[in-house]
Write a protein that binds this ligand. Structure first.
Ligand code: ADP
Ligand code: ZN
Length: 849
């Protein structure tokens, strides 16, 4: 790159506008200011953290707004935060998902904003005002409107119409030294909270000058002590038992152990470690705190069998060989590993990671949610030691930053994480595993709405890497890609060791009601089966995918449901907190004594959620140890992990909960799975309702009978003959997929079409509909014949968080055409001057609610 082109750069800033901004580079920053580095730049009167995405080679002209471009203020990274590959991936993703490059980069680099502080100094006018005539400022200043917050300030803190004495003193003192004071310093020294907005208001009135300074270029790193065994022999006999325990623990951990965990496990204290270090038997070192497992996992005992090396089964070997071959050839290839739960997919993923490491390449392992896979985290820690980093939601910003740095600098070669880990800067990426590829949590449900799974494939393609997707219940899109040869199908037929798939009993709840005349939550067969397991000391899971106590609240007199004030959705009773809660916006209200609509009638709380189910189960089986797992009981760090561990250790007889209990746990002693309302999801007006239902039932059924004891599954449904329910109960994925694909083809839904959804949102329904209509009409008039523009139409979920929602659906046979239409739509939305949050752009939506 010649010097001429390096004096200006293009910068992506984290705002909604889909364009880049040019900045000049002061000569002192030329070397540091490279593509991928974060920079602090002036932007709209403030300073923001942007990322240099390239050099700006076009010469500025006088008509070019760039003619007056401002200089980069500061370079925040020594090593670029994003390498060329990740820059390209974020650019591609931004374009594909209808976001700005800056927004996509912000998503990829979570929490890496510089922390800024506001500093102020008195101006000449300010100094004069604080001189002898201080009291006059506010009273005599005709510009002081009563709404002006700056004016307020001068009336604050006791002395009406004057600046508090302490504040004036601090400002004057700094002024006499000719320096700016940070608001934090004012807080400390004057005990006065000068809010940033007030400072800015005073600046507008000419009393203060304000500026932003960098506090920290990014979140702080956090390191902790690790202990590594050195080769030296311990002289026999001379050592205390604690020292022996420490050495023994370290002998079993070639990569070392976190000092805290080591102390806890062996009882050795700091003195023990110092003494061993002096003798040259161990070495202490600092490592990024983020490399540690969450504490709830670190202290967990690993199930003995999980660590054992194994001989692969023939289908596992074949699958691995195919992956190995592509890896070695450095060729992009995508695979779909398809096998029922318990067929040994995890072992194939882990071996594939090992294979990548062996040839010196790195690996990414994506899971829907880390907290729900503690066993996997432990297995991976056991196998990959400190070369593994976990990107989980329990990390602080600083720890995340640390983990990022360790990965970028190549000390960590394997990353385990959820969706956003797809952006982890793994060096020479050879493999991306996408476990449970069908899981909808791979799709981000807020802007930018990207799919971690699909980006994993895009990233692998760009890197000549292998994408290894796997599931017992693949999404029908991935399945159809496997059938057309875009993914290579790697089947794992049957369970490892030949464990039988569980017997599945379908219970028709209509018949159950007719025969018993009672509206019970648990059918007779399910109650009997639970009783039986309790007697044998075996464990059971009961799934009900609806949290809360009731599922609806209705007036007995007028029949009106009680709905959320800001969403078109009924409220759910949460009895423990005794409030009605909206499951979409989480707003809650007091339980009304009488109907809010008619003022009369008692309120009826109908339907059953997990909270009521827990009550029912507890009263039916008073001696059973019952635990509930849903978003209400699992809040905060490590709660899910601890609960799962209790189940694993056999401290729970019946675990009930929402779909959280259906995810890939491997509980050896669970022999019964019950499903309450197995067809509840079918009621949703969404084209994926059947697929969701099948997946949920098949996944939860797979939790049963994973060992020698055969499992049993009991599914209660009102429509037990629906093809999704029937196929799931027969363990028949292929039958389900056949039927589902036929339905999708008839209605031109994915995979037989590509979709993009635009949701226009406004507090006023007509405004939302009008905006949607204008954009849709514009798109139609552009006359793209290869896409259909459907709508505007009210969304099935009409109102959410006080906003009306109106949809426009773009449908086309080819992704490329839909892509072009999305580009066209975003340009029109920008040109129409709609607020960026007024339209949600969802490419490849997982749901059209
Ligand atoms: P999946 O991921 O398909 O649900 P897992 O990989 O969890 O299946 O395997 C199911 C069980 O079988 C686990 O307990 C695992 O340890 C065990 N297992 C996997 N592969 C083998 C093998 N080759 N030999 C013996 N046991 C195995
Ligand atoms: Zn609501």
């Amino acid at each position: 790159m010649d010097g001429l082109t390096r004096d200006r750069v293009r910068v992506a800033v984290p705002g909604p506008l889909r364009r880049l901004w040019s900045y000049s580079v002061p000569s002192g920053l030329r070397d540091a200011c490279r593509p991928g580095t974060r920079v602090l730049v002036p932007f709209g009167g403030r300073k923001v953290t942007g990322v240099v995405v390239g050099f700006d080679s076009e010469a500025p002209t006088e008509s070019d707004p760039a003619y007056t471009i401002k200089p980069v203020e500061r370079v925040l990274d020594e090593v670029p935060a994003l390498d060329t590959e990740l820059l390209e991936l974020t650019r591609w993703a931004a374009e594909y998902y209808g976001a700005s490059w800056g927004e996509m980069i912000r998503t990829a680099l979570p929490g890496q904003q510089a922390t800024l502080r506001l500093e102020v100094a008195l101006t000449v006018a300010g100094r004069q005002a604080l001189g002898p005539g201080v009291e006059a400022i506010s009273a005599n200043d005709t510009r002081t409107g009563s709404q002006d917050e700056g004016g307020d300030l001068f009336a604050a803190a006791g002395r009406r119409d004057s600046v508090p004495e302490a504040l004036a003193a601090v400002l004057l003192a700094a002024g006499s030294e000719g320096r700016f004071v940070a608001l934090g310093e004012i807080r400390r020294r004057a005990r006065f909270e000068l809010a940033p907005d007030r400072a800015r208001a005073l600046a507008r009135r000419g009393y203060l000058a304000v500026r932003q300074a960098v506090d920290r270029p990014g979140p702080e790193a956090r390191e902790e002590a690790w202990v590594v065994r050195l080769p030296g022999e311990a002289e026999p006999g001379a050592r205390g038992s604690r020292q022996k325990a420490v050495l023994a623990a370290l002998d079993a951990a070639p990569d070392g152990l976190a000092a805290a965990a080591l102390r806890q496990a062996t009882g050795g204290d700091a003195a023990t470690l110092r003494s061993l270090e002096r003798r040259g038997l161990i070495r202490m070192e600092k490592r990024a705190a983020a490399l540690r497992l969450p504490p709830s996992l670190e202290s967990a005992t690993t199930l003995a069998e999980t660590a054992l090396p194994r001989v692969l089964t023939a289908p596992q070997s074949e699958a691995l060989a195919a992956v190995d071959e592509a890896l070695a050839a450095r060729r992009f290839e995508s695979f779909l590993l398809f096998g029922v739960t318990g067929s040994g997919k995890t072992e194939v993923y882990l071996r594939a990671v090992e294979a990548a490491l062996k040839i010196g390449r790195g690996a990414l392992y994506l899971v829907p949610e880390i907290g729900l896979t503690p066993l996997l985290a432990r297995q991976m820690r056991d196998r990959f030691g400190p070369t593994l980093a976990l990107f989980h939601s329990g990390l602080t910003e600083g720890e995340r930053q640390d983990a990022w740095r360790e990965v970028r600098e190549g000390r960590v070669r394997v990353v385990l994480g959820a969706r956003s880990a797809v952006f982890a800067p793994v060096r020479d990426l050879g493999l991306v595993v996408v476990d449970e590829e069908h899981d909808t949590s791979y799709k981000q449900d807020e802007h930018p709405r990207y799919s971690g799974r699909d980006l994993a494939i895009v990233r692998a393609r760009g890197q000549g890497a292998v994408a290894l997707l796997g599931s017992a219940t693949p999404s029908v899109e991935s399945w159809s890609r496997a059938r057309s040869g875009k993914h290579r199908l790697l089947p794992l037929p049957g369970r490892v060791g030949g464990a039988a798939l569980p017997r599945v009993l379908r219970v028709d709840m209509r018949r159950e009601f007719q025969e018993t005349g009672r509206d019970e939550v648990l059918s007779r067969p399910l109650r009997a089966a639970l009783e039986d397991r309790l007697g044998k000391g075996e464990q059971s899971l009961v799934l009900l995918n609806r949290r809360g106590f009731s599922t609806f609240a209705m007036c007995r007199a007028c029949g009106k449901p009680i709905e959320c004030r800001s969403c078109s959705i009924g409220l759910t009773l949460h009895r423990r907190e005794n409030r009605l809660r909206c499951h979409y916006c989480n707003a809650s209200e007091r339980v009304p004594a009488d109907c809010p609509s008619c003022g009369g009638g008692p309120i009826h709380f109908g339907g059953t959620g997990t909270e009521r189910l827990e009550e029912t189960v507890t009263s039916l089986f008073p001696r059973a140890r019952v635990a509930r797992m849903d978003r209400d009981t699992v809040r905060g760090r490590g709660v899910a992990e601890r609960l799962l561990l209790r189940v694993e250790r056999g401290e729970v007889d019946i675990l009930l909960g929402t779909q959280m209990i259906a995810k890939g746990h491997d509980f050896p002693n669970v022999t019964l799975v019950g499903v309450v309302a197995g067809d509840a999801l079918l009621g949703f007006p969404d084209f994926r309702a059947g697929e969701r239902t099948f997946q949920l039932l098949a996944q939860v059924a797979g939790r049963s009978g994973r060992r020698a004891t055969p499992g049993e599954v009991i599914v209660q449904a009102f429509d037990p003959d629906h093809h999704a329910v029937r196929a799931a109960c027969n363990h028949d994925y292929e039958g389900f997929a056949r039927e589902e694909l036929r339905y999708r083809r008839n209605l031109h839904y994915p995979p037989y079409s590509a979709l993009a959804l635009l949701v226009f949102r406004d507090a006023d329904f007509d405004r939302a509909r009008e905006a949607a209509g204008r954009i849709a009409a514009g798109m139609r008039s552009a006359g793209q014949s290869d896409v259909q523009v459907l709508g505007p139409a009210p969304a099935p979920l009409e109102r959410l968080r006080g906003q009306w929602r109106v949809q426009v659906l773009i449908k086309g046979a080819q992704r490329a055409a839909v892509q072009a239409a999305v580009q066209d739509a975003t340009a029109r939305i920008e040109a129409a001057g709609l607020r960026p949050d007024a339209v949600a752009i969802d490419v490849d939506p997982v749901s059209t609610l």
